[in-house]
Design a protein around this ligand. Structure first.
Ligand code: CTP
Length: 422
């Protein structure tokens, strides 16, 4: 296992050494736990780290942060602290025994030790640890046969009530199963079905469900995930009226292709929320009113809500793109939509003309800006500010349609408009 730790990037390795030394000074034992251990064993890249501390995690992180001159955030009620190191998120948690005051609630935290901490986790493959302590640095600690399950490609819970304690694990089981193309172990599957049947997904805080749903839909190529989950639970937990048919599943496949295509076509700094495209696809057969209720209940952000609703409401308008149009007409139809919506429309409509107009918009129209400003119009005698706004708009459309490139061409158009009497 020492070798596996060696596979980490140098920044992580140095970080772990520093943490290990600090912990020793406090007399604490610390361990790398959870997804990072699993991913190291699977030879997959590791982005974030979870560290369990047999001691006071917040005290330890304060010390490490000071030493490395890094910022950290503490969450007192959970006994956890998060530190950002070279853009990686590193969570420290007091090795703990979680007590769920009632099913679906957030856990209350009591200090205890590693074995119990691992026992409360979701699946055996996520319940392994690697010692970061001098006496056995790098050694794998595997109380619950996680390594065996990794070899046998199995998702297995650690205790029968696991899905009832935390029904987010239903979504997580499908997510990991699909991500690694594993199998959900037979008994685990039965417990999962039982928990679904008992309505466990309804007991949970909707905001926690939302966050897990986002992770679920944000996996690369989530079509398979959606299909599997639909067969299992039908997304009843979102709304009982959700219904997905063959066409919807074809849409999810097309959306995956559309995302790849979009990424090749548009070099973008802004992070696209791909999951929104799939979520909107799932909500498509709901009425706008029902969709509004869903996004409110789960507390999606304002921009996310408006993306979903604007896509649902915009489908009819986009049909207008199914003919040869001037650039300005394409602009008028598409300019109000964000990237998620544009990708959605491209995937949703397979009509050639609609798609080529969308591509034209992305390639030639969406990045365009006028070179002239209001003050240039003032100089040629335009005074009224409302007229100025109208004129700039008009010149912008002409710029698109006539492919104007220079400021002088734009000013000429302005003069023509004035000559014609506005
Ligand atoms: N965990 C859990 N039950 C949950 C969520 C998390 O037991 N509902 C535990 C698991 O041990 C998990 C760890 O907390 O490995 C960290 O959670 P998270 O970061 O969500 O999971 P990762 O396994 O790191 O998943 P990913 O690869 O998607 O980041």
């Amino acid at each position: 296992m020492v070798n596996k730790l060696k596979r980490l990037n140098p920044q992580f390795k140095n970080f772990l050494k520093t943490s290990s030394k600090s912990a020793k000074r406090f007399g604490y034992n610390i361990y790398l736990v959870g997804g990072a251990v699993r991913d190291l064993l699977l030879n997959r890249p590791v982005f974030d780290l979870d560290i369990a501390v047999e001691g006071d995690a917040i005290l330890l992180v304060r010390q490490i942060a000071k030493q490395l001159n890094e910022k950290f955030r503490r969450h007192h009620s959970f006994g956890t602290a998060t530190l950002y190191h070279h853009g990686h998120k590193i969570d420290f948690a007091t090795a703990r025994k979680e007590i769920y005051p009632y099913s679906g609630s957030l856990p209350k935290v009591k200090k205890s030790f590693l074995k119990e901490d691992l026992a409360r986790r979701d699946f055996s493959i996520n319940a392994m640890a690697i010692s970061l302590n001098k006496k056995n640095y790098g050694q794998l600690i595997d109380f619950y046969q996680g390594r065996q399950d990794l070899k046998n490609r199995l998702i297995r819970i650690l205790y029968p009530e696991s899905f009832l304690d935390d029904s987010l694990r239903i979504l997580r089981a499908v997510r990991f199963q699909q991500r690694f193309t594993f199998k959900i172990e037979t008994k685990t599957y039965a417990f999962m079905k039982q928990a679904i049947g008992a309505g466990a997904l309804k007991w949970i805080n909707p905001h926690r469900l939302r966050d897990e749903l986002i992770l679920f839909l944000d996996e690369p190529n989530p079509y398979r995930y959606i299909k599997k989950f639909y067969l299992l639970e039908r997304f009843n937990f979102i709304n009982k009226r959700i219904k997905l048919d063959k066409e919807d599943f074809k849409f999810f496949i097309r959306a995956q292709t559309a995302i790849r295509f979009y990424n090749k076509l548009v070099k973008n700094e802004k992070k696209v929320k791909y999951w929104l495209i799939f979520l909107t696809g799932i909500l498509l057969n709901l009425s706008n009113h029902e969709a509004v209720e869903v996004v409110a209940k789960f507390g999606f952000k304002k921009d996310e809500r408006s993306t979903i609703i604007s896509i649902k409401k915009g489908l009819d308008k986009i049909k207008k793109l199914d003919k040869k149009l001037k650039a300005s007409a394409i602009y008028k139809i598409l300019s109000g939509y964000n990237q998620e919506a544009i990708i959605f429309f491209y995937a949703y409509f397979s009509r050639k003309k609609i798609r080529s107009n969308i591509i034209f918009f992305l390639k030639k129209v969406s990045g365009q800006k006028l070179k002239i400003k209001g003050k240039d119009l003032q100089k040629i005698g335009v005074e009224s500010s409302s007229f100025m706004g109208e004129m700039l708009k008009e010149i912008f459309y002409l710029k698109l349609d006539k492919n104007l490139n220079t400021k002088r061409q734009e000013l000429n158009e302005a003069r023509n408009i004035i000559k014609k009497g506005g």
